[in-house]
Design a protein around this ligand. Structure first.
Ligand code: MN
Length: 739
């Protein structure tokens, strides 16, 4: 036992030695021994002794080159939560000091919280962690390392647990890592997450990448050699790295931008790392001299770093074979910050000035926690948190040239409130690049936005709450209403509640209504019904949450007039939707229409095909052809057996009236004659079939393969397209899908 234990920590000590930094090995050893003793007799789902987990987390933390206290906290991070009978924070503080105790506290879940709602408890834990993080960023570094190790070892957990953890990783931790610029951890989290959420999609993309990489090796080697030669000629000291995009980033591109794998050209990028900033620009010049660059793809993140501190030059150029590829140019310091983000920053600089700098980078978190503190609704907090971390930023300019970073999709109103609440509250209009625009206009990268204010404006409009994108703007607007117009808020809140109660009015007397309101107010912790109305009026409480509680109260005091099935949350949602709502996809999954579905890119099913659905978590139901090889393979895995659901087309026979248009892939084998592609295009145009993408390549035997993506209504339509194409001169064969 002793022996195994000491092997564990010796690897950690080796790692620490390798960093060249000074560590208090005695203290770390003591933390390890203490944790090992506390966790003795506990085991992980994999069967390993529990202590292997904190040690592994400490090793990941060591990789970030954090300090002694962080390593100790990583070793101790689960002790207070899991061994509460044997230790507590006081004890940890006595043994390891206040800093370690504070870090461990930030990593310990609130378990004693008295809320029945699991979700609320969960959000409170998240809030606690963010609060701890805003005080000391090391908390989140260690938490991310903890999550990373849990994701790496997730296979040992039961299936349902895996999906919940993976989803939370994708929704909270990966975006958080992104926001902190910690790309390396973010990418690993995303790839691991996707493996559990959409295993079929993951494998599909992974196989595509491997085969494309294999086919492109020659091209890549050529480019590398040419560039290396040229840089050496110019006396530049450089390191050249090739990098394949991650499975998740390609998956996201395919499904977000609706592309087939063939259309993703920049799956491969070259990275050139040099010593100085000046050399970055020199290298850029050399690259642009060697290759044609694609306009609009050059980005100078050195002079304008991303808000998460990322700096580099990006450009996309076209190689000799006409294949575009991306080149990233950066210095070593930029490289470390690109991979480790704020953690690298923390490591590079220490002292008071860096503390201030890091605090500035984390300002958005404190802002989020503070401003959301007076919001009573935890679900709303989570929503605000997700929108704030989940965005890609756009950069817009004030007329003076200051850069304001906003989440993508932000409007002019968001911009106004980002400058100052006084600007937002007095806004009467806006100009973008000198032209008057509506205030709900979404701002785009690089635009100059000018807010027109007037002292005659009384304040923001309530409608703005549903227009703005940032929680900052929403909170500031709410604050205005909260302060400025209690009477009006109460009136608005009252009418919201009255409307809600009208649904049940036939069953309720006025006295009963009053009882319900007082009960609601009391339950939600308001001093009076007016306070409840007020909060509802300025938007501090959402109607969805309230209507559920209203139903609860009504069920308590009234007996339904006639036996009526219990109304569930979903029913209400369904009822508020337009009745004629049809699923856009034209698919019925397991008897239900209107499910979020996506069409698998491996087989692109068409109406009329036999299909089957695979339930991904958070990415909708993925629809495959029943005979798709991924389905045949995937169904062999008994673990995912319950994720396959039957699916069929909404209008299987009716081809004419379906307005949906689908994508079909065609692979056409042709003799290598001039003009064949033109003939094909004409034939398709005659049939009113749209060509969505095309590419072709020559085979060694002189024949060509043309890959076409076309619009298509259903399988009959598809068959008619195929027979038409087969009748053309020079076409030797047509098959479905790309291979
Ligand atoms: Mn842990």
């Amino acid at each position: 036992m002793e022996n195994i234990a000491h092997t564990d920590i010796s690897r950690l000590c080796e790692l620490l030695k390798g960093t060249g930094k000074k560590y208090d090995i005695e203290k770390i050893r003591k933390a390890y021994e203490y944790a090992a003793a506390l966790h003795a007799g506990q085991y992980r789902a994999s069967g390993e002794p529990y202590i292997s987990h904190p040690v592994a987390v400490a090793e990941i933390v060591a990789g970030l080159e954090l300090d002694t206290d962080s390593i100790c906290a990583a070793l101790l991070h689960d002790t207070v939560e899991d061994c509460s009978d044997k230790t507590n924070l006081k004890e940890i503080e006595k043994m390891f000091g206040a800093d370690v105790a504070m870090l461990v506290d930030g990593l310990t879940k609130i378990v004693s919280l008295k809320v029945e709602d699991k979700e609320e408890q969960h959000i409170e834990n998240l809030r606690k962690m963010l609060l701890a993080m805003s005080k000391d960023v090391r908390v989140i570094f260690i938490k991310l390392c903890d999550r990373l190790h849990n994701m790496r070892t997730l296979g040992a957990k039961p299936e349902n647990k895996r999906r919940i953890t993976a989803l939370e990783t994708m929704e909270v931790y990966a975006p958080l890592a992104h926001r902190l610029g910690m790309q390396k951890i973010k990418q690993e989290l995303e790839n691991l997450g996707l493996q559990y959420l959409d295993p079929i999609g993951y494998n599909e993309v992974k196989n595509d990448i491997e085969s494309k990489y294999g086919k492109s090796l020659n091209f890549i080697e050529n480019i590398r050699a040419t560039i290396s030669e040229k840089l050496t000629e110019n006396n530049i000291k450089f390191t050249l790295e090739g990098r394949i995009k991650t499975v998740y980033s390609i998956y996201k591109k395919m499904y977000n931008q609706n592309k087939s794998f063939d259309e993703i050209y920049d799956f491969y990028a070259l990275r050139i790392i040099v010593d100085t900033e000046l050399e970055c620009y020199t290298v850029l010049g050399i690259i642009h001299e060697m290759f044609n660059s694609i306009p609009g793809r050059f980005k100078d993140y050195i002079s304008t770093p991303k808000p998460n501190m990322y700096r580099s030059l990006h450009t996309t150029v076209i190689g000799r074979d006409g294949i575009p590829f991306e080149v990233q140019i950066r210095t070593w310091e930029m490289h470390h910050i690109a991979e480790y983000g704020i953690a690298a920053h923390w490591k590079y600089k220490s002292g008071a000035s860096s503390k201030e700098e890091i605090d500035k980078k984390l300002e958005w978190i404190s802002r989020l926690i503070e401003t959301e503190d007076n919001t009573r609704d935890p679900a709303e907090f989570l929503h605000a948190f997700k929108t704030d971390i989940f965005h890609d930023e756009v950069f817009v300019f004030t007329p003076k040239g200051d850069v304001i970073a906003l989440p993508q999709g932000s409007t002019v109103i968001d911009f106004a409130y980002a400058i100052h609440s006084a600007v937002g509250n007095k806004m009467m209009g806006a100009k973008i690049n000198g032209m008057i625009v509506p205030i709900d206009r979404v701002v785009q990268n690089g635009e100059i936005v000018e807010i027109l204010t007037s002292s005659s404006v009384k304040g923001p409009s309530r409608d703005w709450l549903s227009i703005v994108k940032t929680s900052e703007a929403r909170t500031k607007i709410r604050q205005w209403f909260k302060k400025e117009s209690r009477t009006e808020n109460i009136a608005v809140g009252k009418s919201i509640v009255d409307n809600e109660l009208k649904k049940y009015s036939s069953r309720l007397s006025d006295i009963q209504k009053d009882d319900i309101i007082s009960a609601l107010a009391q339950k939600a912790g308001f001093a009076s019904a007016d306070d409840l109305y007020n909060t509802l009026g300025y938007g501090g409480l959402s109607l969805t949450k309230l209507s559920a509680r209203i139903r609860e109260e009504i069920n308590k005091i009234t007996v339904p007039e006639q036996p009526e099935p219990e109304i569930s949350e979903e029913d209400i949602v369904q009822k508020t939707k337009p009745k004629h709502l049809k699923s856009d996809s034209g698919i019925i999954v397991d008897g239900q229409s209107g499910c979020a579905v996506k069409f698998a890119k491996c087989c692109n099913p068409l109406p009329g095909d036999d299909i089957i659905g695979f339930i991904t978590k958070g990415y909708g139901i993925s629809i495959h052809k029943k005979d798709c090889p991924n389905v045949t393979d995937g169904r062999k895995n008994p673990e995912n057996a319950d994720r396959w659901v039957s699916a069929h087309w909404e209008l299987p026979e009716d081809s004419g009236s379906s307005k949906n248009v689908y994508e079909a892939l065609l692979q056409i084998y042709t003799e290598n004659g001039i003009g064949i592609l033109a003939n094909i295009a004409v034939a398709l145009a005659d049939m009113k079939v749209m060509i969505l993408s095309v590419n072709s390549h020559k085979k060694s035997n002189g024949q060509s393969i043309i890959n076409l993506k076309v619009s298509c209504k259903n399988i009959e339509h598809y068959n008619s397209i195929v027979s038409k194409l087969k009748s053309l001169d020079g076409v030797m064969g047509v098959s479905r899908g790309f291979s």
